[in-house]
Design a protein around this ligand. Structure first.
Ligand code: MSP
Length: 642
């Protein structure tokens, strides 16, 4: 009797439709795809889900700003997201949109069920809301009055709302995380959740909004829309047909084997989501895995910071496999890692072009040169072969163990040990020397066979990560694609007939490439600068009403009560005066003493934090930078600026 395949259900978070998904977003999806491919290759019946999270205040506001309906706005963007996943060779089995009718209906049923069970009740919400994160916060959770997740400003909201009895599930959640260590991984996330949220105590969660309408209406009270996180989290079951007439997939695949999520949304997945499932009497996911962030210049990539790296540009430049390899190899899954172009190019040159690409091209060339393209195992063995064969035999089990715990970087490192060992085998066996002796022909053929076989095994093992390189290598060495398990058997193929192909990974000139990248980035930055909104036109007479003068800073100090302000004493030659300026985040007081500045000398005096200010210092400024406008040192103080 044929045994049914074991199921494996994996999800990524559903993405907010943003104009451009960056390489950080691609990270989670590539990791999930790697696991999905690996599990399929092992024979599992895999369900791999991703999608888009399309409701909420943030989307409604952006759509409004652009003068389109929220639906039009998201429709356009979702297409781009799907295209990106295609470019990255993502093999999701399903793509859910929270605007899909099936999802909308299921969310309404879930809300009704929870209400009928008494786990959702009506009250009034008064507190803080971070719109970019779509998160509610209590006063004591704010950090310096800002959102503790993203550091941005929060808005006070007060509205009639429905609440989910999250507090009721506190003890069960503590128990879940403490006594079932597999549920939340890596283990550092367990303490984060326990210490930051569960042990201090959970409050009931506001799960409806009335101040905007881009969301799923509560069926029995339609002026409310369902809170976007409650809507979004249920995608994991709704995509399988839960709460619909066709729930066969739900029965088959739920509970999820793993929800892969970024560390900042672990809270939603390991507290709110299991509590909702408990309330619905449904099984909990087997694991929530909170991976780290891909950082750029020490910070999280974000469009508002302008430091995003575009995956499409990278794929077009270096190829999809180089990018997938880099993402999975460069940083241990679970920890944060830094993206930078130099590290990427170095990986391509050393691991891909030198180690792997050279191994394949040297081997193929030698098989062609010495044997006209075909080699068989002549079994003329020497001790040196054993080391290679033993390593090739041991590698798949090691890789499996690491892949099972999502340690992609180490799994690839193990495969690269085999690749390096195979390169070393060429140096040790010196095929060029063997080729000179007729009597060594069979030994040479055995060496060539061993090389092809080691390459075949490595190629099968990299397949979950490097989707295009595996078939390209197997084609060049003349091996059939047999799948993961074939990597566990040395000698499965009797002979190899090679075909020279394209260079797998061309070497990159690091310096020239980095220079070109810098130039492109500078151009792109220039092109990105939007025309600011112009102010009303003025005449020269209007301008002449402003008296601008050169002054010298003779003393400067911080103002205790105001973090942003400095108090400066200025010498204008004909008089001395005090000016208070909001530049403390950019300048140390001592650095300013002696500096020439330009001030608006005829500005009406004001009091700032109790200090008199007679004028204003001119600065060039944008959201992230500030620089005092300063004339040359020899400019006489008191001179007019006109
Ligand atoms: N819509 C929510 C998820 C709802 S799931 C029920 C959301 N969307 S998101 O688009 O902001 O983020 C999606 C995923 O991308 C998150 O897991 C997030 O951690 C991940 N990443 C976004 N930037 C990232 C990096 N720079 N590095 C790694 N992952 C990052 O949150």
């Amino acid at each position: 009797m044929k045994m049914a395949k074991e199921k494996f259900y994996i999800t990524t978070p559903i993405y907010y439709p943003s104009d451009k998904l960056h390489i950080g977003h691609s990270y989670c999806t590539v990791a999930a795809d790697t696991i999905a491919r690996y599990k399929r290759a092992q024979g599992y019946d895999v369900m791999f889900l991703t999608g888009t999270d399309e409701h909420g205040q943030k989307i409604q506001r952006i759509a409004q700003e652009r003068g389109v309906s929220p639906q039009e706005y998201v429709d356009n963007i979702v297409k781009g997201i799907k295209d990106l996943w295609k470019m990255l060779d993502i093999t999701n089995d399903r793509f859910i949109r929270t605007t899909d009718e099936m999802h909308v209906k299921a969310v309404q049923k879930i809300f009704n069920t929870l209400y009928e069970k008494g786990d959702i009740y009506k009250s009034e919400y008064e507190g803080w809301y971070c719109t970019p994160c779509e998160s509610f916060w209590t006063e004591h959770q704010l950090v310096d009055g800002k959102c503790p997740d993203c550091g941005r400003s929060v808005e006070k909201t007060k509205e009639e709302s429905y609440f989910f009895r999250l507090s009721k599930y506190q003890d069960r959640l503590i128990d879940l995380i403490k006594n079932n260590p597999d549920f939340l991984q890596p283990s550092i996330r367990q303490n984060e959740m326990l210490n930051n949220f569960l042990i201090p105590g959970l409050e009931d969660l506001c799960v409806s909004r009335t101040s905007f309408d881009w969301g799923i209406p509560v069926e029995f009270d339609p002026k409310h829309v369902v809170y976007v996180w409650l809507d979004a989290l249920t995608n994991y079951i709704n995509a399988l047909g839960a709460f619909s007439d066709d729930d066969a997939d739900f029965k088959k695949y739920w509970p999820a084997d793993v929800h892969l999520v970024g560390k900042e949304i672990v809270r939603f997945h390991s507290i709110i989501w299991p509590a909702m499932l408990m309330a619905l009497d449904l099984p909990l996911p087997k694991q929530v895995y909170g991976h780290g962030w891909l950082l750029l210049d020490g910070g999280k990539m974000s469009k508002s910071k302008g430091n995003v790296v575009d995956p499409v540009t990278l794929i077009n430049k270096y190829g999809v496999d180089a990018i997938r390899y880099f993402l999975m190899r460069e940083m241990p899954f679970g920890a944060d890692g830094v993206f930078n172009n130099e590290a990427l190019i170095n990986r391509i040159n050393s691991d891909l072009a030198n180690d792997l690409g050279n191994l394949v091209s040297r081997t193929v060339s030698m098989v062609e040169k010495y044997f006209g393209g075909t080699v068989t195992n002549k079994a003329v063995c020497e001790d040196v072969d054993n080391e290679l064969i033993t390593l090739a035999n041991e590698t798949p089990a090691k890789v499996e163990e690491l892949m099972d715990s999502f340690q992609f970087s180490q799994a690839l490192a193990e495969i690269w040990k085999l690749i390096s060992r195979t390169n070393k085998y060429i140096d040790e066996t010196m095929p060029w020397a063997l080729s000179k002796e007729e009597a060594k022909k069979d030994r040479l053929q055995t060496v060539m066979y061993n090389l092809c076989e080691a390459i075949r095994i490595a190629a099968e093992l990299i397949a979950p990560v490097m989707t295009r390189t595996t078939p390209a290598i197997l084609m060049q060495i003349g091996a059939k694609e047999r799948g993961w398990n074939s990597a566990k058997t040395w000698g499965i193929q009797e002979s190899f007939t090679v075909t020279k192909g394209d260079v797998l990974f061309p070497r990159i000139d690091v310096e020239a490439e980095l220079k070109a990248i810098e130039e492109e980035a500078a151009k792109a930055k220039e092109a990105q600068i939007e025309k600011p909104e112009s102010k009303e036109e003025i005449t020269i007479d209007d301008f002449c009403k402003t008296e601008l003068r050169v002054a010298k800073v003779i003393a400067c100090e911080k103002i205790k009560k105001a973090k942003k302000l400095l108090k400066l004493q200025l010498d204008l030659g004909y008089e001395k005066r005090q000016v208070v300026s909001g530049i403390a985040q950019y300048y140390e007081p001592d650095d300013l003493i002696g500096k020439k500045v330009v001030i608006v000398a005829n500005l009406k005096p004001v009091k700032l934090c109790g200090e008199d200010s007679f004028g204003m210092i001119l600065c060039a400024a944008n959201d992230n930078q500030l620089s005092i406008v300063s004339p040359s040192d020899d400019m006489e103080i008191g001179s007019e600026v006109r």
